[in-house]
Design a protein around this ligand. Sequence first.
Ligand SMILES: Nc1ncnc2c1ncn2[C@@H]1O[C@H](COP(=O)(O)OP(=O)(O)OP(=O)(O)O)[C@@H](O)[C@H]1O
Ligand SMILES: [Mg+2]
Length: 411
Amino acid sequence: MAEVVRHIGLSLGADICWPLCFEALMKKLDLSIPIGGDTVRFDVERVSIEPFDLRQPCKYDLVVDRLTHWLHTSREWIKKSIVMDDLYVFNNPWSVQSSEKHTSYCAMMKLGMPIPETWMIPPKTYEPSPDLKPTLNRYAKLFDVAKIGDQVGWPMFMKPYDGGGWRAVTKVDDAKAAWKAYEESGKAVMHLQAAVKDFDRFVRCIGFGPQTHCVLYDAAAPLHDRYSREKNFIAAKEADHLRKITLTINAFFGWEFNSCESLRRDGVWYPIDFANACPDSQVTSLHYHFPWLVKAYLKWSIFVAATKKPMQKNLDWTPFYEVAKLDLPYSEKLDRYARIAEERFETAKFEEFCAKHLSHLDAIVWEFFGTEEAKSAVRQKVQALYPAYEVEAFTELFWTRIQDWRRDNPV
Ligand SMILES: Nc1ncnc2c1ncn2[C@@H]1O[C@H](COP(=O)(O)OP(=O)(O)OP(=O)(O)O)[C@@H](O)[C@H]1O
Ligand SMILES: [Mg+2]
């Protein structure tokens, strides 16, 4: 049996806590997995940012990427390595770069999801250019943002078409507020979206490969309390429904690590924000749910690297559109979309792999999250975000919640 090493690169930004846990756990796991006559071992390394020759080879089999959405050298190195060196990356960098919230709304509307009524409007102001005046004079139609509001329905949300991080999101209740928000929107291209009124559940479903996790979300709470610790807040059938929505979106866009926000009103789930590729992974937001995320990172990374899962370099939307065309109710279409997604994420193979090779992982993670090493990772993240006088209290808060997770999830 030959020993082969799979190289996993972590392409990181300000991340502190999850990489420390990921690295420590990979060491503890000390995997030697027999695959096709080889013994597969793993090496984890942090990827540096440096000049590169476009023809230089890439040593990694897999890169876990946190930078594509804002650091262009790393994004372009990743794109080069996928195209030239068969690198596998979460997430597809072309898709992250080009498919903003807007495209995600359009595509999922086309697939039949009940996305609230949404309009796009031209921006209030533009970057000056010699062509601007003739272009707008000739072609830009005057419009009344309040009249569009009448069509969309009040209240509505005005928010950037490529939004994220709650930037420039305004709830507008009437014509006056709509005009005010538009005046203040500057050069941003905005959506007007009907509010899902009187919703009784707001759920974030995190998807990582074929793994999904639903959390009741409180958007109005401070950052450390938005992911709630509520249990049994939806029926198993609804969790399954949200899983199907999330997997469909993630497979469609090549976002293997993404989260999908949905609101429930009168029993209907309305997805409202699902272009969140590479969502927040910090213990300071996820607290109780952080060990789940670390496990999800580990399992999907190990599976992909060990089996040399080929990266789907371009997005193939045709099978989804084929289903969309059928004369079927939404729930049946969703079942079919989800089946395509499960195939792309190789759910069955993944589960078999985990059962065969990673059956000890849950216990190792459970034990790790009781150690001083794990607590130190939490503390280091808290230190980076909180003023010195709050570090102890918040470290203890997040640590206590992680201990609650251990109590609730014994192995
Ligand atoms: N159609 C809607 N109906 C009801 N609430 C909405 C709607 N759109 C947005 N919101 C509210 O505004 C918040 C921010 O909107 P959205 O999630 O689309 O923006 P974002 O910039 O992606 O924010 P984040 O990064 O926090 O998810 C949501 O968490 C929700 O509370
Ligand atoms: Mg959101």
